[in-house]
Design a protein. Structure first.
Ligand code: NAD
Length: 346
């Protein structure tokens, strides 16, 4: 079996983890790597990934030089959360005639907030006979695809409520800032108002995907961000939180059909939740016929699962019909274990 040739674009926390995972997969072969960080450019990928061997791939900041469809089957891009920010790079990839998986949160269903961009990407992919997908742990999996799959035997769904309670402690300074960790409650509210504190990125995409998959007819989405005020001292290498300060962001997204609340997604994210006896976990409740309650404890590990799902979807996307895809449009994700998994998917 010929391995699928991958270009890894973005070698940060996620991209480097994906690349290391691909090195373990016999059916995948990394053939090129792109990042704009000056300390990565010109280095052998093996050194950037800290894998104790040279890989013979030199990291470049000039994607044009490696975007060649004769050599590359798919690009996996892990550079930003925002569709519009990633768009110039996505255009280059599709115009080169190469498939693409993005982990940008907004790319999980670009139609939710950027319908024009969604149409453009779909048309461009079809024109060049390739496919493009946005995925990740959330959005892309836990609070959307998994919810959809759980309704598979339902006669009726009246309302969905799902929550993901997680621990932000492993993340770096960017996440601390965008979640408002370490601010005062007043600074938090000011940050939400001026857009510097965003909480979770992905509720409109997840709710839109669930509604479209089930036909729930959601016509309005509202979001609410509240500070999680700590009662105790909490600390990570990047932030210190005194009692009375903000340990995270309790973010809620609600999808309505008319006046009726049909999908409610709840995502309180904070550092060290255990210090206030809060367990992490993923919980999905489907109300209808039958009623379904699912609990996963602890949470599906965010970083690990994002790397995993992006890599596990590669054969599905290479085999997909041309166009813009969402996780609800493709065969279900599954771990890639052994050669049969690749041949079954392609
Ligand atoms: P990171 O900051 O550690 O890494 C980003 C890397 O991309 C950096 O090395 C940077 O130099 C590089 N980069 C940025 N723009 C570039 C460009 N135009 N060209 C070349 N290189 C560029 O971030 P991360 O933790 O790896 O996450 C990447 C993105 O994925 C984030 O926006 C994050 O929010 C998102 N994400 C999504 C999910 C999901 O569930 N969908 C999960 C995890 C992360």
């Amino acid at each position: 079996m010929k391995p699928i040739r991958v270009l890894q674009w973005g070698l940060g926390a996620m991209g480097s983890g994906m690349a290391r995972l691909m090195l373990e997969k016999a059916g995948l072969k990394i053939v090129a790597a792109v990042d704009e960080r000056p300390d990565f450019v010109g280095k052998d990928l093996g050194d950037v990934l800290n894998v104790d061997k040279k890989l013979g791939i030199i990291v470049t900041n000039k994607p044009e030089e490696v975007l060649n469809k004769e050599d590359v089957d798919i690009v996996v891009i892990a550079t930003t959360s925002w569709t519009k920010e990633q768009l110039p790079d996505l255009r280059k990839i599709l115009k080169a005639g190469i498939n693409c998986i993005s982990i940008a949160e907004e790319m999980s269903d670009p139609e939710a907030q950027n319908p024009d961009v969604s149409k453009e990407l779909d048309a461009l992919a079809k024109e060049h006979a390739v496919s493009i997908l946005g995925t990740g742990v959330n959005p892309g999996y836990v609070l959307d695809l998994l919810v959809v799959i759980l309704t598979g035997g339902n006669h009726r769904v009246d309302r969905i409520e799902a929550s993901r309670v997680n621990d932000l402690s492993p993340y770096g300074p960017t996440v601390m800032k965008t979640q408002g960790v370490g601010t005062t409650p007043e600074e938090f509210r000011a940050g939400v108002a001026d857009g510097s504190i965003v909480g979770h990125v992905g509720f409109p995409e997840s709710i839109h995907m669930i509604s479209q998959a089930l036909g729930l007819g959601v016509d309005r989405i509202e979001e609410n961000r509240e500070p999680i005020i700590s009662k105790v001292y909490r600390e990570t290498p990047h932030v210190k939180v005194e009692p009375g300060m903000v340990a995270g962001c309790a973010h809620i997204g609600i999808g309505y059909r008319g006046d009726q609340e049909v999908v409610k997604l709840i995502h309180p994210q904070q550092i060290h939740p255990h210090l206030e006896d809060q367990d992490t976990g993923d919980y999905i409740n489907i109300y209808g016929k039958p009623e379904i309650h699912m609990a996963i404890k602890p949470e599906v590990a965010g970083g690990v699962a994002t790397m995993g799902i992006a890599v596990n979807m590669i054969p599905h996307l290479v085999a997909a019909t041309p166009g813009l895809k969402r996780m609800i449009d493709l065969p279900i994700p599954a771990a890639l274990m052994g050669e049969s998994a690749y041949s079954r998917r392609i």
